[in-house]
Each structure stands twice: as structure tokens, then as C-alpha cells.
Design a protein around this ligand. Structure first.
Ligand SMILES: C[S@@+](CC[C@H](N)C(=O)[O-])C[C@H]1O[C@@H](n2cnc3c(N)ncnc32)[C@H](O)[C@@H]1O
Length: 549
């Protein structure tokens, strides 16, 4: 316990106990006695642990009581004697002072707890301590943390344990002071622990080597004989056992680029299918590609995502042998669209049965290249020509819950606007199912298609595909198909907001005055450069790309 004493000019005396641990709450102390109990920033500023300051107003021989200690104090400002009170029974024990051991350890062998409380007058108390902090010159009440601030309180507050209700005493000494004694150092604490262990009756040092621990602690405690070491003047030795100097020349920038390239090539080589290359000159961009992202060849399911088990798979409801491209419920095509980009065809083995097309099942058949698309970041193109309806690749990444996607999106908000979230919202038709839906996040793990940029006049389209189960409406495949013939080297693009969704709360001021295009002031500006450009990728309220149209 640390005591802080304060005596105030107006004849009122304060006794403030500053207690290094939180649990000391005075017994019987209600509003009457506890004027303030608060974590004090002053304690923190001095480098102490959390310190609570309890402040009491004392009259005459009022008593302050914590859960272990009652102090009686006379009007002449001397602490007369102390009682140790058992917190459970309230029984008083004047004969022993259990705080002595701790007091000695903290303040030196000549110090007793009795001295700390009453045997030393306040001035010598202050000068005796190693690190006391005096605040006697703070009597103007300007410092909100200073104990004397509370002297200005108009009405005296009585104490629950007041022996008498006598009026305020006339002080013999008007000096003000406050003393803060710091909490024990970690070394002192270890000594306390050792002292307590040694005090246990019957401890056998052979079995419990408490002494050895104490000696070890003492040895480690800054031996005076050891001169301070100036580490800067100590030459570092890089010689091997054979005394040949090690070759530690700094890594050249050329080597650095070679390392980045090697790292990137290794990553690219792990992608399934025809080669994926890069056409990026800037080292910085190459490093960004190499370091911040991992390629994956499949979905990575994250916590909260559950797949329907294989045994619940079922097919279409067509009569066997009578599957029809126009009516089969496997072919849940886009509504209100003439597009026939469906990755299905008649099965070679079982005519009449419509299955995912061979091209799709084979996976990607074209080579791809990541290139520097200027202000839009990286982009994707193919060195091979692509024909209308051709399957290009899947959009892959971590499969996460919508809640997780919301959290991730809010984390990246404001830092940069690149989004790699793709909502699996094909079956979403109400708020409940939206809450349940999954989202693909291609930011940290993804396929090469995560580099496909948006265009308001796109040459590709993303199509939801189920290849395993009709039962699983939450996790399905996102497949890119060509909307038209795409010459080799042309950037691949798709529409991030095919429904052209506007922000819900847009008004007239959201329209661009010249183009009359509806713009969300906080949306990401579209740089596709197409004549029909809508001006923004998607309204800011909804960043996640979707497949519904
Ligand atoms: C799925 S990423 C596409 C790859 C991205 N360019 C990259 O460097 O990784 C989507 C992000 O690319 C940028 N982007 C894509 N298309 C864009 C466009 N037409 N105009 C401006 N920025 C675009 C936006 O920052 C968007 O959030």
C-alpha cells in the first residue's frame, strides 16, 4: 500500500490512501466516506500501475478504514496508533503488524509499518522515501488531480466510522504535503516472494531451494563491479572459424529484382492450366504482385461456410432421356435475356442428358497475362484469341460469410478502393437469404481472374454454374465466358454492376450536371473510357460485385 497524506489550508485534513491494486474498497464506505475513487492519470504518468485514489475528509479522530487497516488520527495531525482489522470479523489486533515484512522489503530493513503510518511525522516521511513526490506547492486548486482540490467542497462529509461527530479541528501545523511512494520494483517483489516462501514453517531448503533462487536474483541485479558497455565501440566480428571474412555485401537492387521475379515465377507456375505470365516493368508493382497475394486453384472455405454433402446431390427433374436446353431446370438462365452462354451441352455418354460442357470441365484452355493497366491497377489479357462463348476461367478465393465480408470491407474502407469481393447472390431473394449468403474474397488468395477490370462495355461475362449439387444454393462456381470474339492481347473486362444498381438514397445532386449520369459522390470512378461509361464502378454502399441480372 502507498500512502499519500495531505493537509489543507482551511483547517480540514485530508488523508488520501493511494492504493496500487484495485480491490481495496473501504468497508462501510458509502457516499459518506468515499469522496472520490478513480483511476488517476497521475499514477500512470509517473510510471506506476493502475492506481486508485481514495480520498477522505477527516474530522477529529476520524478513522479511515480499508479492508485491512484502520488508522486513527488526532486533530493535531499526528497519527496516533493503528489497528489491524480482520476484514471478515472486524476483530482488532494491536499486537502484530503483518505489513512489517512488506514495509521492510520495500523501504529498507530499518523501516516498520508502524513508522510508515504514525511513527514518523509527515515531513521526515517525505524526505525518508527514495522516490517521493511532493506536491505542497499545488495549493491553488488548479490541478484537477491534486488532492487539495477537494478542500473547496462546501459541506463536510461525515464518515461511517466516525467515533464522534465533533466539528473540524483547529490545526497546529498548516503545512501541506503529499507523498507518493512508488510500488515495489520487480526485484523487490521477487525478494518479497522469497521472504514469504522462507517464512513457511518446515520448508526444507534441500527440497525447496528458495535460498538458491534468492542468490540467483541477487547475482543478476546489476553488479556494481561490471562497467557499462559501450556497444557502439565494440567492433563486430564476421569471421568464420577459418578466419576468412564472410561475404556480407549488401543485396544489390539487381539481385533484389531477381529475387522478386523468382518468387513471382514460382507462384505463377503453381497455377493449373496453360501458362500465366506477367508484363509488368515497375519493380514496385512486381513486388506488390509477388508479396501480397497467393494463387489458389480452388475455393478456400473459411469458418461459417458449410457445403451440402455429396449424398444430397440431385439432378434436374427432366424425364430421363428428355433433357431439354429450353426447359431443363439445370439451365437456370438469366431472366429477360437472349444470351445463350450456358456451359452445358448434351452428354457424350448418355445422349439426352445435359451436362457441363467439355470445355468447361477441361478448365482453362487459354494462356493469360497480367499487365500494368495504369490507373486501374493490374489488368488481365490473353495472348491467344478467344471466341464468343468460350470459357475462360473461374473466379476463386476464400469463401466467407456475409458478416465476415462486411467486416473485411470495413477494414479496407478509406485505405484504398480495390475490392475483390464477389457475392454468391444468385439465389438471394429476400433479406434473410442475403444474411445467409456466402461471398468470395479474392484479395489475399485468388485465381488470376481477380485481375479482370470493370468495363461499362465488357467483352466477358461471369456466369453462376453448379457442377456438383442442385441442393447447394450457397456455394457455386463463378465462371467467366467471352461475350464476343476477343482478339489476342485485348484486355478482358466484365461489368461489375450489371444491374446498374444505383445507391438507395441518391437525389438530384447525385447526377453529373453535364452527362446527367447518376453518380454517388463516394463511389469509385470508372476509368474504362467507353462511350457508354456510367462513370462509377458501383454505388459506394455496395462494393461487392454480383452476378444477378
Ligand atoms: C477485382 S480488382 C481488379 C484488379 C485490380 N485492377 C488490381 O490491380 O488488382 C477491382 C479493382 O480494380 C480497380 N478497377 C477495376 N476496373 C476499374 C475501372 N474501370 N476504373 C477504375 N478502376 C478500376 C478498382 O480499384 C477495383 O476496386
Amino acid at each position: 500500500m502507498v500512502l499519500l497524506l495531505a493537509q489543507l489550508p482551511g483547517g480540514e485534513q485530508y488523508y488520501t490512501a493511494t492504493i496500487p491494486e484495485a480491490p481495496l474498497v473501504p468497508q462501510g464506505a458509502g457516499k459518506e466516506t468515499l469522496l472520490r475513487a478513480a483511476g488517476t492519470p497521475r499514477g500512470h504518468a509517473m510510471g506506476y500501475r493502475q492506481i486508485l485514489v481514495y480520498e477522505y475528509r477527516l474530522w477529529d479522530s476520524a478513522r479511515i478504514r480499508t479492508d485491512q487497516l484502520t488508522v486513527l488520527r488526532r486533530p493535531d495531525n499526528t497519527l496516533t496508533h493503528q489497528e489491524i482489522v480482520d476484514p471478515g470479523t472486524n476483530a482488532t489486533n494491536r499486537s502484530k503488524d503483518p505489513h512489517d515484512a512488506i514495509t521492510k522489503a520495500r523501504f529498507g530493513p530499518g523501516f516498520t509499518h508502524q513508522m510508515l503510518l504514525g511513527g514518523v511525522d509527515a515531513k521526515s516521511f517525505r524526505t525518508t522515501k527514495r522516490k517521493s513526490v511532493a506536491s505542497s506547492d499545488q495549493s491553488d486548486g488548479s490541478d484537477s488531480d491534486a488532492p487539495h482540490k477537494f478542500a473547496r467542497r462546501a459541506t463536510p462529509v461525515s464518515h461511517a466510522h466516525l467515533a464522534t461527530s465533533t466539528p473540524p479541528p483547529t490545526l497546529q501545523s498548516q503545512s501541506q504535503f503529499s507523498v507518493v511512494i512508488p510500488s515495489p520494483t520487480s526485484y523487490q517483489k521477487r525478494l518479497n516472494v522469497v521472504a514469504q516462501r522462507n517464512a513457511i514453517k518446515g520448508t526444507n531448503e534441500q527440497i525447496f531451494p528458495t535460498d538458491a533462487e534468492e542468490r540467483r536474483v541477487a547475482r543478476a541485479a546489476y553488479p556494481k563491479s561490471r562497467a557499462p558497455i559501450d556497444r557502439r565501440s565494440t567492433p563486430l566480428s564476421f569471421t568464420s572459424k577459418t578466419n576468412k571474412p564472410l561475404n556480407l555485401s549488401p543485396v544489390s537492387s539487381k539481385q533484389h529484382i531477381v529475387d522478386i521475379r523468382a518468387n513471382l515465377d514460382k507462384k505463377l507456375s503453381q497455377i493449373n492450366g496453360p501458362p500465366v505470365s506477367t508484363a509488368v516493368q515497375s519493380t514496385k508493382l512486381l513486388a506488390k504482385l509477388a508479396d501480397n497475394f497467393e494463387f489458389t486453384n480452388d475455393y478456400i472455405d473459411r469458418p461459417g461456410v458449410f457445403r451440402v454433402q455429396q449424398e444430397y446431390n440431385y439432378g434436374c427433374s427432366c424425364d430421363e432421356g428428355n433433357c431439354s436446353i429450353s426447359s431443363c431446370d439445370c439451365l437456370d438462365q438469366e431472366k429477360d435475356s437472349e444470351d445463350r452462354i450456358v456451359p452445358y451441352g448434351n452428354s457424350n455418354d448418355r445422349p439426352g442428358l445435359i451436362v457441363a460442357s467439355q470445355k468447361f470441365l477441361k478448365g482453362r484452355t487459354v494462356r493469360l497475362q497480367i499487365f500494368d493497366a495504369g490507373q486501374r491497377g493490374f489488368g488481365l489479357r490473353s495472348p491467344d484469341p478467344i471466341v464468343t462463348g468460350q470459357f475462360i476461367d473461374r473466379y476463386l478465393g476464400e469463401v466467407i460469410t456475409k458478416n465476415e465480408a462486411d467486416d473485411r470491407e470495413s477494414l479496407t474502407e478509406g485505405s484504398h478502393n480495390q475490392s475483390y469481393l464477389f457475392s454468391l447472390d444468385w439465389y438471394v431473394d429476400d433479406d434473410d437469404s442475403e444474411e445467409q449468403m456466402c461471398v468470395i474474397d479474392g484479395r489475399k488468395f485468388g485465381s488470376v481472374t481477380r485481375f479482370i477490370n470493370h468495363s461499362c462495355n465488357p467483352n466477358c461475362k461471369i456466369v453462376p454454374v453448379q457442377t456438383t449439387s442442385h441442393a447447394d444454393t450457397k456455394v457455386y462456381t463463378l465462371a467467366f465466358f467471352a461475350l464476343r470474339d476477343i482478339p489476342a492481347g485485348t484486355e478482358l473486362t466484365f461489368d461489375y454492376n450489371p444491374t446498374n444498381e444505383d445507391s438507395d438514397d441518391s437525389d438530384e445532386s447525385d447526377y453529373d450536371s453535364k452527362s446527367r449520369k447518376k453518380l454517388d459522390p463516394e463511389a469509385v470512378r470508372c476509368l474504362c473510357g467507353e462511350p457508354n461509361c456510367r462513370g462509377q464502378l458501383w454505388p459506394n454502399q455496395r462494393k461487392g460485385q454480383n452476378t444477378k441480372s
